[in-house]
Write a protein that binds this ligand. Sequence first.
Ligand code: KG4
Length: 369
Amino acid sequence: MIIYMKILAIETSCDDTGVAVLEKKKKIKVLSDFLSCQNDIHSEYGGVNPSIAKREHAKNIFPVFFSSLKKAKLLKKGKTEINPEIDNILERYPELLEELKTFFFQYKKPDIDQIAVTAGPGLEPCLWVGINFAKALSLAWNVPLLEVNHIEAHILVNFIKENRKEVFPALSFVISGGNTKLFLMQKLGIYKEIGSTRDDAIGECFDKTARMLKLPYPGGIEISKRAKKVKKSRFKLPRPMIRSHDYDFSFSGLKTAVLYEIKDRKIDEKEINELCFEIEEAVKDVIVSKIEKAILEFNPKSLFIGGGVSANKKIQQELKKLTKKHKLQFFAPKYTTDNAVMIGVTALLSPKKENYDKIKANSNLNLND
Ligand code: KG4
């Protein structure tokens, strides 16, 4: 029997407000996918400012939600009964509450069977905006609400297209602005964390070193663009923990080494490009060495990557080469940076038990919680 289902997915864990509608028949189809990015706003801080990010989510979530329903052709004129509890749920966001009430006066419950929302890890005030909005919708439309782990979503978005068989055991590597985590995955939904960063995440290292070089945020994209402009570098940066006997990472030393290279002197554009090249090389060397070690120890059938940094072409190319050498399948997602599609895919493929009352923002949500 094919279960037919439409799901509305919401993501607000960091600085992207995402809402998507997915349909599952035999395959998963993305009916709509909208995202509001706050990069320009956080640019001056060189990273995400949580209270500003929360304010922007509260401002952006309704228009993003409305566009997503419209694109999915799910808006139906009519009326939704307003449950008074919604006033309590959204009391911290009075403008959002008004927008939603006006919407309920104009539109009936759409053809949505489930709602999925990111519960963590992420920035707690930001997570709460998505969770409270999702709770208000779930209550008004009387549809189940499922929580999703953001890290699992970065991995499982790789499963959107095909029914991936013969892939387990798999290594899953999540590299983003907030996370650097390596998992051994025995099957869908079963993860063992085998490595993690001891300090900065890879994306954070890119963002912070880019800021030192006065490059725009998010730094990973800019460093990668600049690195492509040169073929070698005069700089030599450390490859932190490359020889450690575990799968952990550390990137704060790399950041400090960059600071020493540029301290008390002016560097020209060519030197900036060469530094970017060397930063990317250092990160890539550490990643390739650790993943190769894990391949040799765990003998996996595949490697999945995910998260914003997995968009990096050099890292993708090198990991592809590595998996070819060891005869593994390699998967990199189309959806790399934060988005709501991955939240919907995860709720459809690896659903957690529905428990409306217990869903709360958890900045450190563990994959096995
Ligand atoms: O997954 P994501 O959107 O948000 C988090 O959950 O953190 O990842 C954002 C991170 C930023 O640190 C950004 O610099 C990095 O991903 N990033 C990249 C690239 N595109 C985004 N890093 C390296 N190369 C890229 N092409």
